[in-house]
Ligand binder design. Structure first.
Ligand code: FNR
Length: 188
């Protein structure tokens, strides 16, 4: 069946290379996937003072996660971790206690950096957080994407054949993973 994927872009920057990567991934994804961005920009900074009465923006954020079959994190590395905006969004999703949006929600993590480490450290960090949030994660293949100028064209096409093939396979593996999780694990 077709599966819906909600994706998070960890960067708020207008020229974000991770936003470019998200666009490129959608282009090479299997047709069995549909994509919706789940925006994180307008969420206030989380505090448990909100737990008793989530603001509308946070309610729709949690609803958006509930509405999709799987989630995809496309994130930069800021100071060897994920950006604060993304961590803030995950904190919102994880609460109120007992209403964690990520439980049993299959996920994958990918990221782009101009540097050769390709967000590896941020992804490791994010994986720990998602583990605690009880999200079944695609462990392999990993994807650490070094984005050099011109690698992703304005229309989202990938100009390097090897990278394009790698990302196409990665998305196909994500579909296999999501299918397996949703077939084996009853949703609750
Ligand atoms: C960075 N950058 C960066 N790069 C990296 O590979 N490891 C890191 O730890 C950091 N740290 C870092 C901190 C902060 C506050 C900024 C603004 C940047 C560089 C970063 O990879 C680069 O700016 C990318 O363009 C960020 O991705 P987006 O925001 O363009 O998607």
């Amino acid at each position: 069946p077709p599966y819906s994927v909600g994706y998070f872009v960890g960067s708020l920057a207008s020229a974000s290379i991770n936003r470019q990567l998200a666009g490129a991934l959608i282009k090479v994804a299997p047709e069995d996937f549909t994509f919706t961005e789940i925006p994180i920009r307008d969420l206030p900074l989380y505090s448990y003072d909100y737990d008793a009465d989530y603001p509308p923006v946070a309610r729709s954020f949690k609803q958006a996660i509930a509405d999709v079959d799987a989630v995809l994190f496309v994130t930069p590395e800021y100071n060897r971790s994920m950006p604060g905006a993304l961590k803030n969004a995950i904190d919102w999703g994880s609460r109120p206690w007992g209403e964690n949006s990520f439980t049993a929600k299959p996920s994958a993590v990918i990221g782009a950096s101009p540097g050769a480490i390709g967000t590896a450290v941020a992804q490791q960090n994010l994986r720990s957080v998602l583990s605690f949030c009880n999200s079944p994660q695609m462990n392999a293949p990993e994807a650490y994407i070094q984005v050099t100028p011109g690698l992703i064209a304005e229309d989202g096409s990938i100009t390097n054949e090897g990278t394009e093939a790698f990302l196409r396979d990665w998305m196909a593996d994500f579909l296999t993973f999501v299918t397996r999780v949703l077939t084996v694990v009853p949703q609750r």
